[in-house]
Ligand binder design. Structure first.
Ligand code: ZN
Length: 292
């Protein structure tokens, strides 16, 4: 089973703002998505990263629908993009990566959505045939959110397929599986190879991916930088359910449920201490599954 990350974009952000420590000097975050060669589903993506639906190139018309074939972005989405100013990486875009593999967007059978934040679903509308495996609870929360919550959490329904309600296959309906080292109960994705793991707190219904053979957990946005997780692991005393190092900065501000997010952080810290390896969507350093 192939599982590999690609980096769709970079974002420069002050370190202290993203919880990387007290230093405000900038760090360059990645925006990963993954290609998964699922033995029965077929070619599968995990999220989409950022792409032209969120960041149309200025040369092709900016926010205008003319010239780039993309719909006009809402004021909220334009405000969001001008705040975060991601730089797309052409070589990390889905089209380019799939072309390298001799595949097209139409060949993708499934897209697993870890959660509905814009940097994970930016290109979801372009997959008109793929089935979408996602948290039903997460999708319902996004549909119910008002504009303030949408802007704060970076969820924009304009980026979601209009028939998503019909095409969504709920992660919650997959067979449950007990996972080791404090990860709790997850859902079976590939027997003996990969499982989905609840990562509560950051966004309603967020799931990570556990790769059994590597004792590796892709914890998506449980935090933005691994350094914060290491500090949480140091501060975790036996028997404590919360790490001494708690969420701060942007990860705290945008968390759907701060207490749940800190509990997830404590679980990850305990998993690391038990010898598990953790990867994150935005961590600046190299991940063992980074392919490009
Ligand atoms: Zn997120």
């Amino acid at each position: 089973m192939k599982f590999e990350f690609y980096n769709s974009a970079t974002i420069k952000a002050p370190g202290a703002l993203v919880g990387a420590g007290p230093d405000w000097s900038p760090v360059t975050l990645k925006v990963r998505w993954a290609f998964l060669d699922h033995p029965t589903f077929g070619p599968t993506l995990v999220d989409t990263g950022y792409g032209p639906s969120t960041y149309p190139s200025l040369a092709s018309g900016g926010s205008s629908p003319s010239g780039n074939g993309l719909p006009t972005r809402s004021i909220g989405l334009r405000m969001y993009t001008s705040l975060f100013r991601a730089r797309l990486r052409p070589e990390g875009q889905i089209d380019a990566v799939l072309a390298d593999k001799g595949l097209t967007l139409e060949d993708i059978q499934y897209v697993i959505v870890t959660h509905f934040h814009v940097d994970h679903v930016s290109e979801l509308r372009r997959f008109s045939n793929a089935r979408i495996l996602a948290s039903r609870r997460g999708f319902d929360a996004v549909r119910r959110a008002g504009w303030r919550a949408s802007l704060l959490h970076g969820t924009f329904t304009e980026l979601l397929p209009t028939d998503l309600d019909r095409r969504l296959e709920p992660i919650e309906a997959l067979p449950p599986i007990n996972l080791p080292d404090g990860l709790g109960t997850g859902w079976l994705l590939v027997p003996e190879l990969a499982s989905l793991v609840p990562m509560n707190g950051h966004a309603t219904g967020q799931v990570g991916i556990y790769i059994h053979s590597e004792h590796y957990l892709y914890a998506v946005d449980a935090h933005f930088v691994l350094g914060a997780l290491d500090r949480a692991a140091e501060g975790l005393e036996p028997g404590l359910t919360k790490p001494k190092v708690t969420l701060s900065g942007l990860p705290r501000l945008i968390a759907d449920d701060i207490a749940a997010a800190e509990t997830t952080l404590a679980r990850l810290a305990a998993f690391k201490r038990a010898g598990g390896r953790v990867g994150l969507c935005h961590d600046p350093d190299r991940d063992p599954f980074d392919a490009g």
